[in-house]
Design a protein around this ligand. Structure first.
Ligand code: ZN
Length: 42
């Protein structure tokens, strides 16, 4: 039987469509941009 938790852990992380950085899980609700590219203060 497959371990569901391991399955989700092995999912590929999202990457920023702008710079290619790995996007943190908390940014899942945002677009495909990392915190740096998505930061309005930049
Ligand atoms: Zn980025």
């Amino acid at each position: 039987m497959m371990n569901v938790i391991e399955f989700f852990r092995n999912l590929p992380k999202k990457q920023c469509s702008s710079c290619g950085n790995v996007i943190q899980e908390q940014a899942d609700c945002y677009s495909n941009l990392c915190d740096e590219c998505n930061s309005p203060a930049r």
